[in-house]
Design a protein around this ligand. Structure first.
Ligand code: ATP
Ligand code: MG
Length: 462
């Protein structure tokens, strides 16, 4: 960001209309080269049609920080219906916030009309217990700015003259790498408790700090997240954990006391008797997931959630067993209970919980070496994820290393060779003679670790 301090600082006029600090084109680093074609087309068309048109939100923030935004949001004084008539390739969406989506192939540009302050009780602004549940009051750009969450998210790039407008001190906060909630933080969190999660997520993503006033109310208000829709919390969880900065998000959530609102069993296990072991498992898991995302490799949400709930399931199953429940039953009951409890907080879709159950249940099948079972396990659609999870567990449970070595070797053989080496069904195979074991270990090393999750897992979670 190349900014000079020549422009006037933002201030509030006597009518409480904020006066923007305007950073002219020559004094900031935003180049149209870094703005998507779709966003530019939307901005130009709105502008040519006589409307105001600004790039806003995360895109402006990330451009000023020198990043490459993945999506672009536009703010305008055109209503959604007016935007809809300007773009044939658009549709209106949303009930809580009505918006226009303009579609260019795979790119979607979100166009929002400036939000107004509106009065509580207004039919277009619906507030329940301090929470905004519907908000379609339109207003001025000044009003729009102060309705946004953090100052760094309330910067506007004006397509009319390529300047940046700052109504709330966002430029200074960007420079200081800190996040400030606009307005009275406690009231803003009450209006929308998910802003607490956004604070944790964006601070993690940008490596910013939270200002003291922004951080302080979170400890007390965290329980308000219990009222947020579990489906919205699932979307927010994906953004927290599967956007390339999952480990840092997890750390921030934990330290702000928010993890327990999303994943109560995970937070409890991190405070329980196996906290160190579990913290390291999460450290390995999140580090490898972040690394895969950086390398454009696919990641499975189920894998991450399976790791987060692994210790709770195991602890509960062990407790049930200790109370006399048969091992298999104890396991099934523990899985059901943990998933059921989790569903009331974050609505993990069924297809993911099914995958999580499979990843967990396959863990005990790695002990089995009978030919038929080995072949069946290798062919299982969830083998890869389950094996990767075994690898992560083996860092904390050295007794699993032999299994990792054995299955790494098994995957390298073609079916015919593998079948020859295995005992027929029903005959349990012994641990394997030492010479063979050594050979397997060497092979595993040479392979560079077939499990993608095996690399660079040095960092723990705490
Ligand atoms: P990301 O990099 O994750 O996309 P973002 O800041 O762009 O971050 P979005 O969810 O895309 O996040 O939201 C776009 C903009 O909408 C934000 O920058 C902010 O100005 C505004 N916004 C989003 N969520 C809220 C909220 N809960 N309360 C107030 N303003 C919000
Ligand atoms: Mg965004």
């Amino acid at each position: 960001m190349s900014l000079t301090a020549s422009s006037a600082p933002s201030e509030v006029s006597s009518e409480h209309v904020p006066v923007p600090r305007i950073i002219p084109r020559a004094e900031h680093g935003i180049s149209r080269k870094n703005i998507s074609n779709g966003a530019l087309r939307v901005l130009y068309r709105l502008h040519e049609s006589g409307y105001k048109a600004f790039l806003v939100g995360g895109a402006v923030r990330d451009l000023l920080l020198g990043g490459h935004p993945k999506d672009f949001d536009v703010a305008t004084d055109a209503t959604p219906e007016q935007t809809r008539t300007l773009f044939r390739n658009s549709r209106l969406i949303g009930r809580r916030f009505r918006l226009a989506h303009v579609v260019f192939g795979r790119e979607i540009v979100e166009v929002a009309t400036f939000r107004g302050i509106g009065e509580v009780g207004d039919s277009d602004r619906h507030v329940v217990d301090g929470r905004i549940v519907r908000d379609n009051v339109y207003g001025s750009i000044e009003e729009d700015a102060i309705r946004r969450d953090f100052t760094i998210n309330a910067l506007y790039y004006d397509i009319a003259d390529f300047s940046v407008r700052d109504y709330v001190g966002g430029i200074e906060d960007l420079r200081q790498r800190r996040m400030h909630l606009i307005g009275d933080p406690a009231q803003r969190y009450r209006e929308d408790p998910v802003r607490m999660l956004r604070a944790a997520r964006l601070a993690a993503k940008l490596d910013f700090s939270l200002s003291a006033e922004t951080e302080a109310p979170i400890a007390e208000l965290a329980p308000l997240l219990a009222d947020a829709a579990p489906a919205r919390l699932f979307d927010e969880s994906l953004k927290l954990f599967l956007a390339g900065h999952g480990l840092e998000s997890l750390r921030r959530l934990h330290h702000l006391g928010l993890l327990g609102q999303l994943f109560p069993a995970t937070a409890a296990a991190l405070a329980g008797p196996h906290s160190a072991r579990f913290g390291r498992l999460l450290g390995y898991t999140f580090t490898s997931t972040d690394e895969r995302i950086r390398n454009d490799m696919p990641v499975a949400p189920a894998f991450l959630f399976a790791a987060m709930l692994w210790e709770p399931v195991r602890t509960m199953a062990e407790a049930l067993e200790a109370g006399g429940t048969e091992a298999g039953v104890a396991w099934t009951v523990a899985v059901d209970k943990v998933l059921h409890q989790q569903a009331s907080r974050v609505a993990i879709p069924k297809r993911f919980t099914i995958a999580m159950e499979e990843i967990w249940s396959l863990q005990s099948r790695f002990e089995q070496r009978q030919k038929k079972r080995v072949m069946r396990l290798l062919a299982h659609p969830r083998f890869r994820a389950a094996f990767d999870f075994l690898v992560l567990r083996s860092h904390e449970e050295p007794e699993l290393k032999e299994q990792v070595a054995w299955w790494t070797h098994a995957q390298q053989l073609d079916a015919e060779h593998l079948a020859k080496q295995l005992a027929p069904a029903g005959v349990a195979r012994a641990e394997g003679e030492p010479a063979r074991k050594r050979k397997r270990s060497r092979r595993r090393k040479r392979s560079g670790g077939s499990a993608a999750n095996e690399t660079n897992v040095e960092s723990g979670f705490e």
